[in-house]
Design a protein around this ligand. Structure first.
Ligand code: FAD
Length: 306
């Protein structure tokens, strides 16, 4: 049994979800190789330091700073000979690529895996996390994406061998034009230990600023419900939930968020949940470890003043 882990790099940095993928891969096999598609061969040295990786295979091309999913999936599918599994962290990167690899290999990918029960049995959420399904794969090659919040992030400390692969780079109908990234001094939402999230209860974009002030005071990331995003209080990069980011911080503070199932799907694995809400019957209050029942503006003001 051998595993190939698809590594996601952001400006040369290994994504947290790729480190979770390595940990998940090590539960399947003692032989875990990593595959890196990169514009800079030196990035493979960084990947080789992750503990538990046996060999880093890399394909380098100038165009791979923003490799298209068509090109990536074709190269990855060609590398799967000899591997029983492809494991990748759950992210938009892998959502774009892994299903295409599945189509090329004619196998069914299993996404958002939260637990590995055996070599072919996995636990994954269904219906916005309301059901945890145990699924068994009978495919000869198993493709998995794993939730970063469900597996420890493999640390550095290894010294894997490195091999450059000379892969044929297929023609693609799509090409990279530009990227617009949101810039923030705050912790990254998906890996933050503390998150302050605001909902429709804030009432306006101007009022939402108090969430940002509180986050800055507490060294936290900012999150939001979809209602807050749809109302234009904040951009959708900050949305937590079924159609937003999945997070599991040490503390998740939900301010003026009712706790619809689609929101809970993105944060229910948080270690401590704090609800600030004037409705004690809101689902968020029923799920929370701590509830501040009352007006959110008074509560946030009190915390800002303290
Ligand atoms: P509301 O439900 O309106 O809740 C506002 C809360 O603020 C209430 O509990 C109220 O008591 C409280 N409040 C109001 N004023 C105050 C005050 N002054 N002091 C204290 N408390 C106050 N939602 C997501 O968040 N993420 C998703 O990814 C997502 N995906 C979805 C996907 C689909 C297919 C669908 C159909 C829906 C999705 N939604 C998602 C939307 C979801 O169903 C809810 O509509 C949304 O989460 C509600 O946001 P909210 O809690 O901010 O607003």
């Amino acid at each position: 049994m051998s595993v190939l882990v698809l590594i996601e790099l952001n400006n040369g940095n290994i994504s947290a979800n790729s480190r979770a993928a390595v940990t998940a891969a090590l539960k399947l096999s003692g032989t875990v190789d990593a595959l890196v598609l990169t514009d800079n061969p030196n990035n493979s040295n960084t990947v080789a330091k992750i503990s538990g990786i046996n060999k880093v295979k890399f394909v380098a091309d100038d165009s791979f700073e923003h490799v298209s999913s068509e090109v990536a999936s074709s190269i990855i599918a060609n590398q799967m000979g000899g591997y029983n599994y492809l494991v990748s962290g759950s992210s938009t990167f892998s959502k774009n690529i892994v299903p295409r690899v599945g189509a090329i290999l004619d196998v069914q990918p299993i996404s958002d895996v939260c637990e590995i029960k055996s070599n072919n049995t996995f636990v994954r959420p269904l219906y916005a996390g309301n059901i945890m399904a145990t699924v068994e794969s009978l495919d000869s090659v198993i493709l998995l994406t794993v939730r970063s919040t469900s597996f420890d992030h493999a640390e550095d400390g290894g010294s894997a061998s490195i091999e450059e692969i000379s892969a044929e780079i297929p023609q693609s109908d799509s090409s990279f034009i530009s990227i617009q990234e949101s810039q923030s001094e705050r912790p990254d939402l998906t890996t933050a230990e503390r998150i302050i999230s605001g909902g429709r209860g804030l009432g306006s974009k101007e009022n939402f600023a108090i969430i940002e002030q509180l986050a800055d005071k507490l060294g936290a990331a900012v999150g939001a419900s979809r209602a807050a995003v749809d109302a234009g209080f904040i951009s959708n990069d900050y949305q937590v939930g079924q159609t937003g980011k999945v997070v599991a911080p040490k503390i998740y503070m939900a301010v003026g968020i009712s706790g619809a199932i689609q929101h809970l799907a993105g944060m229910k694995d948080s270690q401590v949940i704090v609800a600030i809400n004037n409705d004690p019957d809101a689902p968020m209050c029923r799920m929370a470890d701590l509830v501040w029942q009352g007006d959110l503006f008074e509560a946030v003001d009190e915390m800002l003043q303290s």
